[in-house]
Ligand binder design. Structure first.
Ligand code: UDP
Ligand code: MG
Length: 311
């Protein structure tokens, strides 16, 4: 018998967890000679998610749970799930059924029969999402794909099925600032992409505000690209060159035409502009410094309060 570990990160998902469990139970019947284990990671939910997980565990001991001491974020939850997983294959899913369990059979067959190590999914539509958010997402993926050395796929979900070998590779990267889509690109392996249409959340609401997504996007860029740092030095060189040319021109002009005192408004503008560029560059360096700072502290990614094994 082979085993698939299904990892589900849950933050205030009391409404969706039971629906997810039912759907997964239905889907798992399509598999032959495969057993399942469900690992629900309760990421510091403030509702009754943990209570529901405990009830599910009572009913069905395939259901396991890891409950955090507070909200550590989805990346930490996925990491904890991967660490707890014991299956030969591991899949990461959202609790809200936006990652259709029905695709799992097809994904599993690709790994078994076509020799892939990992099957990932991407949404080809963003139906039901605010227009502005889709626009920013698209710009973000274009940008990050250009400035990193790794392939960043537009619309990629965290929903994937992988062999335990890929899981171990991901777990070997213990960085604090995690951006999973980048980590999966980084580890490589044969990956097949499956496309599907966006599905609306079955119940509850999204946990991602625009601001949270924006910060996550910055995380992705600083974690996988040093291009912004290069940008700061390129801007620096550019302005040195420009100012060199100006100094030369002014000297010539003064020698030829004398020195009438004019043009101080333009001077003020230039000072403000260069000041702005300097602050921007400092800010970029600061971003990287702050990430390094957090990394150096070596804090744990998450803290567990209880699991089904230690209550
Ligand atoms: N999630 C989590 N911790 C968080 C935020 C979200 O574990 O701090 C989980 C959430 O419970 C869900 C998944 O991550 O299972 C995706 O979240 P959501 O559906 O809110 O995001 P969206 O699909 O809108 O991008
Ligand atoms: Mg969702």
């Amino acid at each position: 018998m082979e085993k698939i570990s299904v990892i589900v990160s849950c933050y205030n998902e009391e409404k969706t967890v039971p629906l997810f469990y039912e759907e997964m139970e239905r889907v798992s019947k399509e598999f032959e000679n495969v057993e399942f284990e469900y690992i629900f990671v309760n990421d510091g939910s403030k509702d009754d998610t943990l209570k529901i997980l405990k009830e599910l565990h009572q009913r069905d001991n395939k259901v396991r749970y890891v409950s955090f001491s507070r909200n550590f974020g989805k990346e930490a939850a996925m990491f904890a799930g991967l660490e707890a997983a014991e299956g030969d294959y591991v899949t990461l899913m959202d609790a809200d059924l936006q990652d259709p369990p029905a695709l799992l059979k097809e994904m599993f067959d690709s790994i078994k029969n076509e020799g892939y190590d990992c099957v990932a999914t991407r949404r080809v539509t963003r139906k039901g999402e605010p227009k502005l958010r889709s626009l920013f997402s698209r710009i973000f993926y274009k940008l990050i794909d250009k400035i990193t050395d790794f392939e960043m796929v537009d619309g990629a979900r965290d929903y994937r099925l992988m062999t335990s070998q890929v899981k171990d590779a991901i777990l070997s990267m213990k960085e604090y600032n995690r951006y999973s889509k980048g980590l999966f690109s980084f580890v490589g392996f044969n990956t097949k992409w499956i496309e599907y249409e966006n599905v609306k959340r079955v119940a509850g609401e999204t946990k991602w505000s625009f601001w949270k997504l924006f910060k996550y996007a910055l995380e992705g860029i600083t974690a996988f690209s040093t291009a912004p740092l290069a940008l700061a030095s390129i801007m620096g060189m550019f302005f040195c060159l420009i100012s060199g040319i100006f100094i030369f021109l002014i000297i010539i002009k003064t020698l030829v035409f004398g020195d009438p005192t004019s043009g101080w408004p333009s001077l003020a503008c230039i000072i403000v502009f260069i000041g702005g560029v300097q602050l921007l560059s400092l800010g970029i360096i600061g971003q990287y410094l702050s990430k390094t700072y957090l990394e150096v502290k070596n804090r744990p990614l998450y803290i567990v309060k209880e699991t089904e094994r230690n209550k």
